[in-house]
Design a protein around this ligand. Sequence first.
Ligand SMILES: [Zn+2]
Length: 69
Amino acid sequence: MPIPPRPRTFICPDCHWQRTTIPASDALQVNIDWFFRCPVCNSELQTRPATRAEIMRARLTQFFCHPRD
Ligand SMILES: [Zn+2]
């Protein structure tokens, strides 16, 4: 049984770019579901499990915007 990935928050320690992702499946897409480097300054990102507030905000964003845009 594949385990669905948990929502995660990615944070750039240098420019404070931040993104919360809620992967739709365990087939993670780099730069959509998973980030290795900051898209702004190319620094290595820190990652941690998303908080409830971040998950809620990310869901709202996906609902009102184009989810995979
Ligand atoms: Zn950055």
